[in-house]
Design a protein around this ligand. Structure first.
Ligand code: NAD
Length: 477
């Protein structure tokens, strides 16, 4: 793998300063034009993206459309339609101590921003934040993942079609390129990836007090309650788990199923898998709709999790086949997984689903609360009190009831984690705000009370100040 040339990186970073200062005054119309040009260049290479995804990890064109192009197009549409409103300064009423002033929040571009992206949705996780960064008026440097080289290089060509490097640049490369970029004093870093690397990014950002958005991962739990619609739960959970072969940050990592419905749930899941990917294991292996594991190292990592679980007594209820040469791992359902299995410790990020039985919801809630806060949490149930109890007593970046993963697709919702699963949020208005500085602007007037607080503090002035402070005990209107 070739790393970026440090001198070139520095020259591009320097050249973006002048643009960033100029773009502070950019209008909504100018930013929208940039996003439209990006959209047109992306669509002009639509078929080339099919080929690139096929080359990198045999992702089907329909999945490329549904999970890569669709979120980016939606982000673009949202920004184009709403940007004028987002950019408008937001007026803020004076408070009792600032009576006589006029205040507003002004949305300023942060300046020069860095986007570092992972490999699992390489297009969507580079171009989605790019749209938000452009909407907010920033210059951008992107470092895509080295693990999907065909898609990364094609994205570089799309960007070069639309932008000079002094506006937006993409540098391919691995660790060295990433570190080189992290050494620079960007105004904001938007990182998507693992919690481990997220911590490295946070330390690097601290050196320049650069603000950050961290979109991380972790183990997202799912719960199927006693009253759940089992057919619906199986249909939706099998989709969310095996989309992109489980290489999805918000995929249900493992599922707690009420003991009374567990066997029925597993039977329904097996039925769904057979109808979607093929009646037999051999046919499933030939399915064009199952994305491959991104590389052999990851395939080995997932295979080792499977081996470890079965060697400790887990039972394979569907799938289980591993072909490392083809980077194929069958969609696999695992029952009776012992608590000490590694698969219950680390993020699986592959097509293995541990199914854990439960009889008391409180034990599930305690299990989730004993672990780092996840990026997503899912519950299937027809009992509103049960849903409410889970939502109130747990924490996660986002949550979805009676479905999974689709919360990502709602441009009006913030997308992000909490603590170990991330800091800050993306998408739509939240993405725009992540890449903007909310600047408080107060315009004074001669009527202002502030003169009262100027020395010298005579006795009468001291009494007046005390009275003003005391007035703050009164409830707000
Ligand atoms: P990763 O953290 O290994 O890599 C992400 C990016 O960081 C890549 O561009 C990589 O080149 C770079 N990088 C790797 N090591 C680095 C280091 N030491 N210093 C600086 N940069 C470094 O993640 P990944 O394997 O590409 O992706 C999988 C992870 O990402 C999973 O944990 C998944 O849950 C998470 N993820 C989160 C989201 C989200 O939106 N929250 C989306 C997709 C993936």
């Amino acid at each position: 793998m070739t790393e970026a040339d440090p001198q070139h990186v520095q020259a591009v970073f320097d050249s973006q300063l002048e643009t960033a200062l100029r773009w502070r005054e950019s209008t909504a119309a100018e930013r929208i034009t940039r996003i439209r040009r990006l959209r047109d260049a992306l669509l002009a290479r639509r078929e080339a993206f099919y080929d690139a995804f096929m080359a990198d990890y045999r992702k089907s064109p329909s999945e490329v459309e549904g999970s890569e192009l669709l979120p980016v197009m939606d982000e673009m549409r949202h920004a184009i339609g709403r940007l004028r409103r987002w950019m408008r300064p937001r007026s803020v009423w004076p408070t009792s101590t600032t009576l006589g002033t006029v205040s507003a929040i002004q949305y300023q571009p942060r300046g020069r921003v860095l986007i570092i992206a992972p490999w699992n949705y390489p297009l969507s996780l580079c171009f989605g934040p790019l749209v938000s960064a452009l909407a907010a008026g920033n210059t951008v440097i992107i470092k895509p993942s080295e693990m999907t080289p065909a898609v990364s290089s094609l994205m570089g060509r799309v960007i070069a079609d639309v932008f000079p490097e002094s506006e937006v640049a993409l540098f391919e490369g691995g660790l060295a390129t990433s570190q080189m970029l992290l050494d620079l004093p960007f105004d904001h870093i938007f990182f998507t990836g693992s919690p481990t690397v997220g911590k490295i990014v946070m330390v690097a950002a601290a050196r320049h007090l650069t603000s950050i958005t961290l979109e991380l991962g972790g183990k997202s739990p799912a719960i199927v309650g006693e009253t759940a619609d089992i057919k619906r739960a199986a249909e939706t959970l099998m989709w969310g788990k095996f989309l992109n072969s489980g290489q999805t940050c918000i995929a249900p990592d493992y599922v707690h199923v009420h003991e009374s419905v567990k066997d029925a749930f597993i039977a329904e899941c097996r039925k769904v898998l057979r109808s979607r990917y093929g009646e037999t294991d051999a046919k499933q292996k030939l399915s064009a709709d199952l994305t491959r594991i991104v590389n052999e190292r990851h395939a080995q990592r997932i295979a080792a999790l499977l081996d470890d679980a079965t060697s400790r007594g887990a039972v394979v209820r569907s799938g289980g086949e591993v072909d490392l040469a083809q980077r194929f791992i069958a969609p696999t359902l695992l029952d009776q997984v012992p608590q000490d299995a590694r698969i219950l410790e680390e993020e699986i990020f592959g097509p293995l689903l541990p199914i854990l039985g439960f009889s008391q919801l409180d034990t599930v809630i305690a299990y989730i609360n004993a672990r780092p806060k996840p990026l997503a949490l899912y519950i299937w149930s027809r009992t509103p009190e049960e849903i409410d109890r889970v939502l109130k007593r747990t924490s996660s970046g986002g949550a979805c009831v009676n479905h999974c993963v689709i919360q990502f697709a709602h441009g009006g919702l913030p997308f992000g984690g909490v603590n170990n699963s991330g800091i800050g949020s993306a998408h739509g208005h939240f993405g725009f705000k992540a890449f903007s500085h909310e600047r408080a602007v107060l315009r004074s007037s001669p009527l202002m009370l502030v003169k009262l607080f100027f020395p010298p503090f005579t006795e009468s002035r001291r009494r007046m100040i005390r009275r003003v402070v005391d007035m703050l005990r009164l409830p707000m209107l």
